[in-house]
Ligand binder design. Structure first.
Ligand code: ADP
Ligand code: MG
Length: 659
């Protein structure tokens, strides 16, 4: 097989936002925002332009630990799962975000799981027990978390949510994004958009309002540290640089403090059990020291200790300094100095630690923005974006995101030809024409890679497919046009076609990593099977909304017409009132299923039909009084013209030039 060589370079094309049509079908205010975190996840709502609100459980906590326990079917999620972790370490999965979209070769960090890889790039975790072996993919584990968040939102909304914006780290590549999107689908969510976490945080602070600016987002969570430098230009956020440490976070603070506490207690060689206990105690003490300057700690079986904030700060200072080094590097990568920034945003639970804030302020030479709870700020931004995408009007907001890593093709000699450059705003499509290298070549290998490096072997391989049936032509005569299309989530579709013969041959690929389309579909079906109850509840909620709408409309109409007998004779009014009373009765049962609610609505619609017709006729007569036939015809024609214009508006920039 021979690779392709480059013939000429196509321009970049911007395509129309493809969501317009879908958006029209959505009901405003029902899009949810999800921060799918490594340690904790959150769901927030910001309906109809309202301020975002994180949804909480009965104890007031908005954080759902990103932990899934396969000790039950369906699995347990969140605090309940966390409680089982010590007892069933093999069946309780945490920090699954680190495994998303990865293959075995990518897993170079320590983890407690039994992993296997059936097809390249698709991990499975062994979560079965001795008597019931069972394996799940990281995508399914994430889907379980998303399902829990979706249920929380629906309980709050009292009706099904339409879809979600899910945040991902800025550095997530296409495989990791695809896996996240699949997880959303399996959870029964329509994923409107994947949004970079730092962009979400910036949106939450309304930093997009000014349209221009330079910002740093400092995100210190439980197990990871990320820093991003964003440029807002003409209302579009671009990630100029990212940096961080995928193994540095609040957990390290806990470990350092636990070791200190054990030493202070004179325990030289702690048992595994003692270590675990000390870590839990350390975490709680650490969090208390955010508010207090001194606290008391008791380790099991040992005398009580006193711990000061100063002691804790001395322990974590070297760790915090490491994050600052990454910040300085990111600034350097972006070609900026701290004073040039317009703001610094704090994200992540560990930025609550006063010492961390102090050091960040020093490093960036300004007090960071911390008005919004750093645990919640990413979910806020996601909720705002979800509200926009579900059709609510918000003023002056950013819809666009950028490509995190360049996308290209491998050409002769293993060299990468970049087709969509890093930081291009999306959605975007680009095409380029390639040609054959060898004579009598009848096939080409299309190898799609992502990354900034020059050689394909240093980039991430996304997909590989053959384009066959190319006519036998001398070198450089065959013309193969390759089109890259990135949708609004930075997900890629690649197609290739041979132009020389005029035959429109085109091959579409989905990246070869992760779950196959069929597998995702199967999992979606599975989740529907399991979700029989969810489904019934969803239908009931929808039926309730519809019935409520009809009741309200009728009550309003009744109030308007008063006792106009020509519109509503007494006997008809009596039947209508009876049907309304029946509807009220059906809705009074909070557990009512869809059937009785729908029956009540049908009955109501039936008895009110003559009344509706009379009102319609009256309105029409009133509306046309005083207008000439000509006026009316013209109004109708205008309407039609408008209609046609809309129907004709389709993105069309991808047609190849005609031969
Ligand atoms: P992730 O982004 O990894 O999901 P989070 O942003 O939720 O993580 O951060 C979790 C970390 O924040 C934990 O290490 C937790 O102990 C720490 N944390 C939460 N609240 C506080 C607090 N009040 N003081 C100090 N650390 C805190
Ligand atoms: Mg986080």
């Amino acid at each position: 097989m021979t690779s392709v060589s480059i013939h000429d370079t196509g321009a970049l094309f911007q395509i129309a936002e493809p969501t317009d049509q879908r958006r029209a079908q959505r009901r405003p205010g029902r899009g949810i925002g999800i921060d799918l975190g490594t340690t904790n996840s959150l769901v927030a709502l910001a309906p109809h332009g309202a301020a975002p609100r994180v949804l909480r459980d009965s104890s007031g906590s908005g954080l759902v630990p990103s932990v899934v326990a396969y000790t039950a079917d369906p699995p347990l999620v969140g605090r309940a799962a966390q409680a089982l972790q010590a007892e069933h370490p093999a069946q309780v999965v945490s920090s699954v975000k680190r495994l998303m979209g990865r293959g075995l070769a990518d897993i170079t960090f320590a983890h407690p799981y039994h992993l296997s890889e059936e097809t390249p790039g698709l991990l499975r975790l062994d979560i079965g027990s001795a008597d019931a072996p069972r394996r799940v993919t990281p995508t399914e584990v994430s889907a379980a978390i998303l399902r829990e968040l979706k249920l929380r939102a629906e309980a709050e909304l009292g009706e099904p949510c339409d879809g979600a914006v899910i945040t991902v780290p800025a550095y997530f590549d296409d495989a990791q994004r695809q896996a996240t999107r699949d997880a959303g689908r399996i959870a029964g969510l329509q994923v409107y958009r994947l949004l970079a976490e730092p962009t979400a945080a910036a949106l939450a602070y309304g930093l997009d309002r000014g349209g221009e600016g330079l910002f740093a987002v400092y995100d210190l969570g439980g197990g990871t540290f990320d820093v991003s430098i964003l440029r807002l230009h003409k209302g579009v956020f671009q990630v100029l640089a990212t940096g961080g440490d995928s193994a540095l976070g609040g957990d390290d603070f806990d470990r350092a403090l636990a070791a200190h506490l054990l030493k202070k207690s004179g325990v030289a060689e702690p048992s595994r059990h003692q270590l675990d206990g000390a870590r839990l105690a350390a975490r709680a003490a650490k969090e208390r020291l955010t508010e207090e300057t001194v606290t008391r700690v008791t380790l099991a079986g040992l005398p009580e200790l006193e711990l000061t904030r100063g002691e804790f700060e001395a322990l974590i200072e070297p760790l915090a300094q490491r994050t600052l080094r990454a910040c300085r590097q990111a600034l350097k990568d972006a070609g900026l100095r701290a004073p040039e920034l317009d703001g610094v945003v704090l994200v992540g639970g560990s930025t609550r630690v006063p010492k961390v804030r102090e050091l960040v302020a020093e490093a960036f030479k300004r007090p960071p923005l911390a008005d919004i709870d750093p645990d919640e700020v990413v979910a806020w931004g996601a909720a705002i974006q979800a509200d926009i995408l579900s059709g609510s009007a918000r003023e002056g907001v950013t819809l666009l995101d950028v490509v995190p890593l360049s996308l290209g093709l491998e050409t002769m000699g293993g060299i990468v030809e970049k087709i969509i450059p890093r930081n291009a705003t999306i959605p975007i499509a680009a095409r380029q024409v390639f040609t054959n290298y060898a004579e009598h070549q009848t096939g080409m290998v299309i190898h799609v890679v992502q990354g900034e490096r020059e050689l394909a072997r240093d980039c991430r391989s996304l997909a590989r497919f053959d384009l066959k049936g190319i006519p036998r032509l001398p070198p450089s005569m065959a013309r193969v046009e390759v089109t890259f299309q990135l949708d609004a989530d930075a997900l890629l579709t690649v197609s290739a076609r041979e132009l020389m013969t005029g035959v429109r041959q085109s091959v579409e690929v989905k990246p070869t990593y992760g779950l196959s389309e069929e597998e995702v579909d199967r999992l979606v079906m599975d989740s529907l099977d399991h979700a029989g109850d969810d489904y019934a509840r969803r239908n009931a909620a929808e039926a309730r909304v519809e019935l409520g709408r009809v009741v309200l409309a009728l009550r309003t109409a009744l109030a308007e017409v008063g006792h106009l007998r020509e519109l509503l004779p007494d006997d008809e009014r009596a039947r209508l009132e009876a049907a309304l009373a029946a509807a009220d009765a059906a809705m009074a049962d909070p557990d009512a299923l869809a059937d009785p609610l729908n029956r009540a609505r049908t009955a109501l619609e039936k008895v009110s039909e003559p009344f509706a017709r009379r009102r319609m006729e009256r309105a029409l007569n009133a509306g046309m009084a005083g207008k000439s036939l000509h006026d009316i015809e013209r109004a109708l024609a205008d309407d039609e013209a408008l209609h046609e214009k809309r129907a004709g508006h389709t993105p069309e920039l991808l047609e190849p030039e005609e031969p």
